[in-house]
Design a protein around this ligand. Structure first.
Ligand code: DC
Length: 249
């Protein structure tokens, strides 16, 4: 589709708690405006998966940090032979771990890993490099939609547009439950809700880059909205912003 006002190369930051709809919305938004979709949570998940795989104790910060330094994580657009609903392909040292990083075991430990200062520094630097390249028009797409917890506050504080998505805990747990059962996993709604609340608390109370909206973020409550309605709201905000400031981006 053609936008009334064309978007300049830019970074759109989308933050918010787990299962608030960020990834679904950001993926559709990126497709519509021909931006790269970059879900930064996959980096924290990839490190967590690799630590578990190598029997590294998750509580051993030094060992997990060392692992993060040496790990080669690649994120690529899905190819035609991997059309299994994925939004991107995640490789760790060349191995496709796209679905392995979505298990309840990784869910359970990823908040601990993402609270480690140096792990965050290493992974934030990787995110910043990609953000800077696409945000300045040097990527293979017009810009980048970056999804995470601290994109608008820490990773890309100069992002052209910042969105903070929220939804009630019950609605988020319902979405996660459906996601898991659609993949044939036997899970309990009550446990998912409990785990989401636990992770919300860990993500918002951690000392480094806690989960919170940037001061200049637009907060969107997605509890009652379909993904395409949220996408349209973001496009409206981006379009208004371009109309107001020619220097958008
Ligand atoms: O969005 P997600 O559930 O895939 O994120 C996995 C974990 O990584 C979650 O505990 C929050 C953390 N995370 C983070 O701290 N900073 C980011 N930019 C992205 C994710």
């Amino acid at each position: 589709m053609t936008l009334l006002v064309p978007l300049q190369p830019a970074v759109i930051a989308i933050d918010g708690p787990g299962a608030s709809g960020k990834s679904t919305v950001a993926f559709r938004l990126a497709e519509r405006i021909d931006y790269l979709f970059f879900d930064t949570g996959v980096l924290y998940r990839a490190v967590t998966w690799a630590a578990l795989e190598r029997s590294i104790v998750i509580g051993d910060e030094a060992a997990v940090t060392e692992l993060t330094r040496t790990l080669a994580i690649d994120v690529a657009a899905p190819s035609s032979d991997t059309a299994d609903g994925r939004h991107c392909t995640v490789l760790v040292d060349g191995r496709d771990v796209t679905w392995l990083i979505r298990t309840p075991q990784v869910d359970q430990h990823v908040s601990t890993v993402s609270a480690y200062t140096e792990v965050r520094q290493i992974l934030s630097d990787q995110q910043r490099r990609i953000g800077a390249r696409y945000g300045s028009g040097q990527g293979d797409r017009a810009g980048v939609v970056m999804v995470g917890r601290d994109i608008g506050t820490v990773v890309m504080p100069d992002a052209a547009l910042k969105i903070y998505m929220v939804a009630s805990a019950e609605e988020r747990a319902r979405r996660r439950y459906l996601e898991q059962t659609e993949r044939g996993r036997a899970v309990s709604y009550a446990e998912i809700l409990q785990d989401l609340l636990r992770r919300d608390q860990l993500d918002s109370e951690r000392v480094v880059a806690p989960l919170r909206p940037a001061e200049d973020a637009f907060v969107i409550d997605t509890s009652q909205l379909a993904p395409d309605e949220v996408v349209q709201r973001i496009i409206d905000l981006a379009t208004k912003r371009v109309a107001k400031t020619p220097a958008f981006g």
